[in-house]
Design a protein around this ligand. Sequence first.
Ligand SMILES: [Zn+2]
Length: 360
Amino acid sequence: MHSKRFFAHLLLAVLLTSCTALDRLRVSPTPVINLDAAEQAQVTIEAGLTPSPAPFQFVLPQQGAEPISGWRPPLYPIPLAKTSNDHFYFARPIAADQVNWPLPDYRYGGVFFAGVVHTGVDIDAEEGTPIMAAAPGTIVWVGWGLFTETPGYIDDPYGIAVAIRHDFGYNDQRLYTIYAHMSRTDAVMSQHVETGDVIGYVGDTGATTGPHVHFEVRFPDNSFQDTYNPELWLVPPQGWGVLAGRVLNDEGKVQPYTEVRVISQETKETFLAKSYGSGGAINPDPYYNENVVIGDLPAGIYRINITYDKKVKQTWVEILPGQVTYFTFRGLDGFTTGLPSYPTLPFVPEALPFTPTPLP
Ligand SMILES: [Zn+2]
């Protein structure tokens, strides 16, 4: 069941560690991955991966969530922000009559291969499925070369990609969304698009062996280093909500690669995610400061389990419709629930004055 995505990420891993990546680095002065050797080594150890002399050896990602119902209610209209901390500003790039939710096995921040971090979410869709603008904005990238910032570079792992600079910002910063691996795009540079406008079609260009759309949220710059977890930005289905949390060790430091298991009291359905680290291209939300997110949870009561130091800790939370429910986990002290207590940020998606930026 993992094979398509698995091999897609294997291929990406190979690309990023092969001569191709070196060639690409020669093509572009922009560093591709910001993890230095020490960080990569740390990632490897923290992820529990076995160091191996074979450069392309890998460890299978753990079994993901149980298969879940393909049905989703219609999405809330955007923008949705029921609390002052939320920013569900984006519709989904795939129509609601298709699978339009992120694959639970390949979430943001996951390290599926040593040193390769997933900077977006993947939505499975068939080849040729229309890809739609997630919100109004201006097309600022079309075609090959997004990753390397080299227009026309056909070995670019994003394949044929489109970037949109949105008409509104967040916290006075520009917002961008990225759509990658298209079979083709009809978008043109500087074109203005509205939510739902078709900007391209699902394909498997770039570092993938199966059709899907890779979707990213970036701010304040359209840079690989400025990604945020799209599950905190994509509007949920009506009546559904999102769980976000911060998983720390006993010393209060970020604890990555820890399995968070969430079980619905009503249906017993289990949802899994792993906490992520920060640094490199992975950034926590300015308000939530999270390192794990599970979107698309029907409203209701859930039990959260985390195993730490061989002890199972658990708590109960209520997922509220259209909102983020938040928890903090701190090692053997276990859980606290409730929103982060530091001051809230302005949240209204104000239109920013249009300031043309040099196009690549
Ligand atoms: Zn992806």
